[in-house]
Write a protein that binds this ligand. Structure first.
Ligand SMILES: Cc1cc2nc3c(=O)[nH]c(=O)nc-3n(C[C@H](O)[C@H](O)[C@H](O)COP(=O)(O)OP(=O)(O)OC[C@H]3O[C@@H](n4cnc5c(N)ncnc54)[C@H](O)[C@@H]3O)c2cc1C
Length: 493
């Protein structure tokens, strides 16, 4: 009889792990606390508008293709993928506005027009970042670090050496980028992607220059109908392979006997298990679902971790078009460095926030009624802040007033629907530690083997997948973490 695996959590990692394991012959039950699947990738629908509540940048398309390929499927079996012509539009306080295109020559010209020589430097920078990306993906990313001595071999060391380790791991992303570009606005265009890694240009190591390859060379995509088409695809895949999925089923405890998880308890039911995989937030699983003596990481470990930001999210359905915006838009304030300090060092709400604006209705008429716009404004803010109605109102007013000035249009009178989602919602919706949106930041001390492990050291048959584990944050990266964990489970069970 095949072994029974219970997967906790029905976000990207839970769904993808469940499908992989079921396809490998295990009996798989997935339990999700919310009434819908997708976790941070859920949607919110209201008054004819559809909002992807979390991820909006679909990058590294080959990772998605490879994942569905493991089932003999293609992405196009589930959704139609569009490549965006305008990757994103960047607004600066001095009135400069830059459009980053899918066409590299246009971007090279743009960089050259801002700073003499920067066009050529962009090409050189991108050649390096391609090399870093390809080396990491080929040799370093898919490791479970169960036994690190297994990896300390000539091949592994060669791969590390190929990455120019002194620069990659000693310099900050900002330090690295500054060697190529002097103009602060060009630096910001390259550096903002560290936020995708839950970090800042100042605490993310130069090694992550690989993400610029994903941005400028591999492209920015959009599943026709919204990012949630990808969640629907994972959920369909689970049903095609035969995963038993239960929503509205919150796990309350993992029962352990002789250092083995034997069952999962929810409010009304006990699910026997031979193997357990948790894709819920790691801190929550360790501190709330298992008894203290079975934790791999103690309170001290968690209190020393550098968390990613939380996100102050504003979803707006507008009954007008906003002509100045593209699909992806970014505003970078002059107090950029101070804002990062407010997130990682001072831990306070930002005085002059930089922000991101997603307007999928620019590409996709299905997400808003005719003549309307679905707008999602995301402000990265420090994790762990007090999030009450008063501060929400202050932040909302601050951001909306600035946004109206940025787009040169009155927005308030055209709001048909509005929702704010921040720390307390991340906590209640996903059991997020400190309300963090993206889990752990990718600092040097929280990269690869230094991230929480994909397995428990105290409970023999408990495994983890998701954005807290290796390789880390983001939709494609979570697909990789699921594959690492599924492979480890198969190897050990
Ligand atoms: C605002 C925002 C914007 C983002 N933008 C991007 C982007 O543009 N591109 C990109 O690639 N990535 C982006 N990300 C990151 C990406 O969404 C995440 O890395 C990824 O979705 C994490 O998936 P996960 O499965 O690890 O975690 P989750 O999505 O959190 O899934 C965990 C699941 O476990 C469930 N759960 C928790 N506790 C229990 C319990 N006790 N019992 C049962 N179930 C439980 C939760 O409800 C949740 O569904 C963004 C994230 C956020 C929040």
């Amino acid at each position: 009889m095949s072994k029974k695996i219970v997967v906790i959590g029905g976000g990207i990692s839970g769904l993808s792990s469940a499908a992989l394991l079921k396809n490998s012959g295990y009996e798989v039950i997935l339990l999700e606390k919310n009434n819908e699947l997708g976790g941070r990738g859920r949607i919110w629908k209201d008054k004819g508008f559809t909002f992807d509540m979390g991820p909006s940048w679909y990058m590294m398309p080959e990772v998605f293709e490879n994942f569905f390929g493991l089932f003999g499927k293609k992405v196009s079996d589930y959704y139609n993928l569009l490549r965006l012509d305008s990757h994103y539009k960047v607004f600066f306080p001095d009135g400069n506005v830059f459009n980053i295109s899918k066409d590299l020559d246009i971007n090279v010209e743009l960089f050259e027009s801002v700073e003499k020589g920067a066009g050529d430097k962009l090409k050189k920078y991108l050649a390096k970042s391609r090399h870093t990306y390809e080396t990491a993906m080929q040799d370093l990313v898919m490791l479970d670090y169960k036994n690190i001595f297994k990896y300390i071999n000539v091949g592994f060391i060669n791969s590390l050496l190929k990455l120019d380790p002194i620069t990659s791991f000693s310099k900050s992303f900002h330090g690295y980028v500054s060697k190529y570009f002097r103009n602060p606005e060009l630096q910001k265009i390259i550096e903002f992607t560290t936020v995708f890694l839950g970090g800042s240009p100042y605490n993310t190591p130069a090694f992550y220059n690989l993400i610029t390859h994903a941005d400028f060379n591999l492209g920015i995509y959009y599943p026709d109908g919204g990012i949630n088409k990808f969640i629907q695809a994972l959920s369909k895949l689970c049903s095609e392979v035969g995963v038993e999925v239960h929503t509205g089923e919150e796990v309350q405890h993992i029962t352990v006997k002789d250092r083995k998880a034997i069952s999962i308890e929810t409010k009304n039911k006990s699910y026997p298990a031979d193997i357990v995989l948790s894709s819920a937030d790691y801190h929550f699983t360790e501190t709330k679902l298992i008894d203290k003596n079975f934790r791999t990481y103690d309170d001290n470990y968690w209190s020393n971790k550098i968390m990613s930001p939380s996100a102050f999210n504003i979803y707006l359905g507008l009954n007008q078009k906003v002509s100045k915006l593209e699909h992806h838009n970014l505003y970078f304030d002059d107090s950029w460095e101070k804002s990062f300090k407010e997130v990682y060092n001072v831990h306070k709400w930002p005085d002059n926030p930089s922000y991101y604006v997603h307007v999928p209705s620019k590409t996709d008429p299905s997400v808003a009624p005719d003549g309307s716009e679905a707008v999602f404004i995301l402000v990265p803010v420090a994790a762990g802040l007090e999030d009450d109605d008063t501060i929400r109102e202050i932040m909302y007013e601050k951001v909306l007033s600035h946004f109206e000035g940025l787009v040169g249009q009155s927005i308030r009178d055209s709001i048909v629907t509005k929702r704010i989602f921040s720390h307390r919602d991340f906590n209640s919706s996903y059991n997020a530690f400190k309300g963090a949106a993206f889990g752990l930041a990718h600092t040097l001390g929280q990269t690869a083997l230094f991230r929480p492990k994909n397995f428990s050291r105290k409970i023999k048959n408990l495994y983890y997948a998701g954005q807290y584990t290796n390789p880390g944050v983001g939709m494609p990266v979570c697909l990789l973490s699921s594959q690492i964990t599924a492979n480890l489970i198969k190897a050990e069970n």
